[in-house]
Structure formats: C-alpha cells, structure tokens
Design a protein around this ligand. Structure first.
Ligand code: A3P
Length: 312
C-alpha cells in the first residue's frame, strides 16, 4: 500500500471522477491531486498537543456547523466572533489552510496551547492514525446520512467554475459516490475509520451524526462541553449560554449573516463564502434521487455499516 510519505504523484493510481478530471489513490482513499502534498505535510509535521481539538469529517457532512459550535463552546463567553467572521476562518482546515503551502506553517501551529486550538480536517483516520495515536488531543467526528451527503456534494461541486462548461451530472455523481471515487472517498471507509477509532479511544473521540445534532442540538452542546473539559453548569446563566450557542450556530442565523452571504472567495479556496450554506436539512435526497437509487445506496449502506452496528 502506498502511503502519503512515499508519494510521487505520477506513480499513484488514478481514476476519473468528473469528466476528464481524476483523483489519485493514497492508501484506500481517493484524493484531489492538489491536496496530496498538503496532506503529506500535515501527516509528517503536525503534532497535536493534548489540549487541541480536531474536528474531522467527510466533506459536506456538517463541518461548517460543527466548526461554529466547537468555536462557541470553547471560547464562551467571549464576544460572538461568528457574527463577523466565517466559521472556516475561525477554525481552519489543516490541509487546506494551514499546511497548504510548503512555507512554514503559521504561528497557530507552532505556538503552545493558549488560546485553545481547534483545527479541522477531511483527512481519513487511516492516513492520520499515527498523528492521532501519538496524542491525547480530543477528536470530534461528524457524519451524515450518505444520501444527503451525496446530494450536498453534488450541489457543491456544481458551484465550481468547471461546472459552467461541464456540469457534474447526478448520475455520474451517484455512480462515483457508490464506487467511492469522490474527493476523500470512499465515504463509508472514511466514516468507519473514525467510528472504529471512537470505539477504541472512547474518551478522546466524540462521534456524532448531523441528524442527531439537528434532533437535539442543545443536548449535544452540553455533552460537547463536558467532553472538551469545559462543562456548562446547571444555573440559569449557563443554561442561557447553551441556548445562545444553539441559536447563534443555527442554519437560519448563520446563513443570514453578511459574512456568510458573501460572494467573495477566501484566499485559500475557489468558491465563495456563501457556498457552505445551502439548505441544512435532513432528507433532501428524496427531492433528487429515484427510488431505485435510494434502494441501491441503502443496500451498500447495509453492507458497509450494519454489521458493525452502525445504522443509517
Ligand atoms: P446542504 O447542502 O444539504 O444544505 P460542510 O460544512 O461539511 O461542507 O457541509 C455543508 C452542509 O451543511 C450543507 O448541507 C450546508 O447547508 C449545511 N450547513 C451549513 N451550516 C449549517 C448549520 N449551521 N446548520 C445545519 N446545516 C448547516
């Protein structure tokens, strides 16, 4: 098996995923070629300290929401920076923002624990195992129903410049999602890597689904507070703080802020800030997928997840 540390791009297996564009395979995962070097740098250089919080996720499963929640939980009761800064600027991606270039990573990475550091990553656990296993840092993983993940991915990709000339059809997206040939895929292996980690290292990993979070955000905010070692007390003040965090991080509030409605793109990404907010609902796949496709994905989900007791 090739590993990111012995990567020569030209020698990696390749597969087309959108028209003529291809992904490269590292280990069992399909990665966008431009992220392979940054991912390599993260794996070789990033050393989490015990107080770090790492948010891991497969793309389009609720990362932006969790970034907002984690930032608010850890930094309360400081002023609400979410009102003026995009969640992705407050909690940076290791591979997309901090280790994107071969220059020295910024100070956030090299200085010690104050203020408490929160990072995000889409790198699969299987490629990051050494980094995580050598640290007592806290890991939060969010996942989402595969059919809604597919639909969210499909919409997101079709905002790319390339889609104006050559839209990514839903048939192609579905086919590739089922085969696992999408950025960071296979989705199922990504989820199971962190699921297994959460079973093995329970006290350091918080595994949550988008659907559970929608169902009872308040309960999860409290549980995340405990998990991160900054619990909320029982008094009215702290109860109000929890409610404020839930409200400030809700889709309705976040998606209506000027900073998140912005058509501007960040320096580190080609799509505008507003592309991270679409509907934020459970079950949107029913508006797009045929019954046959739903049945097909459900069957794969059963094979991949159910034997380990993880249900979708
Ligand atoms: P939809 O495309 O289904 O609307 P990620 O942040 O991992 O890229 O995931 C993006 C998905 O999360 C999008 O889903 C987006 O609308 C949704 N989302 C973003 N912020 C959210 C929030 N505060 N609450 C719920 N969903 C949110």
């Amino acid at each position: 098996m090739n590993s990111p540390s012995d990567m020569d791009l030209s020698s990696l297996p390749k597969e087309k995923w959108w028209g003529e564009d291809y992904l490269c395979q590292v280990g069992d995962f399909w990665l966008l070629p431009q992220f392979i070097e940054p991912i390599n740098r993260v794996i070789n250089n990033f050393k989490p300290i015990p107080s770090d919080v790492i948010l891991a996720s497969f793309p389009k499963t609720g990362t932006t929401w969790l970034k907002s929640l984690l930032y608010s939980i850890v930094n309360r009761p400081s002023i609400n920076r979410l009102a003026t800064e995009h969640p992705h600027e407050l909690v940076p991606f290791l591979e997309v923002q901090l280790y994107a270039s071969s220059k020295e990573p910024p100070l956030t990475i090299t200085t010690s624990s104050k203020p408490r550091r929160i990072f995000a990553t889409h790198i699969p656990y299987q490629l990051m195992a050494k980094t995580f296993d050598s640290s007592e840092c806290k890991v939060v993983y969010v996942t989402r129903n595969p059919k809604d993940t597919l639909i969210s991915t499909w919409h997101f990709m079709n905002k790319w410049e390339k889609a104006k000339e050559e839209p990514w059809s839903l048939d192609e997206a579905t086919e590739n999602f089922c085969r696992g040939v999408v950025p960071c895929g296979p989705y199922y292996d990504h989820v199971m890597g962190y699921k297994d980690m959460s079973i093995e290292r329970g006290k350091n990993v918080y595994f949550v689904t988008f659907e559970d979070l929608i169902c009872d955000t308040k309960r999860h905010v409290k549980k995340l507070g405990e998990f991160l070692g900054c619990p909320f007390g029982d008094n009215i003040n702290e109860e109000e703080q929890v409610e404020e965090i839930v409200r400030n991080c809700s889709f309705e509030v976040l998606s209506n802020l000027e900073v998140n409605k912005s058509e501007e793109s960040p320096s580190w990404f080609k799509l505008p800030y507003n592309s991270f907010f679409r509907k934020g609902e459970v079950g949107d796949h029913k508006n797009h997928l045929s019954m046959d496709t739903i049945g097909r994905i459900d069957e794969i989900t059963k094979q991949k997840f159910h034997s380990s007791g993880f249900m979708y």
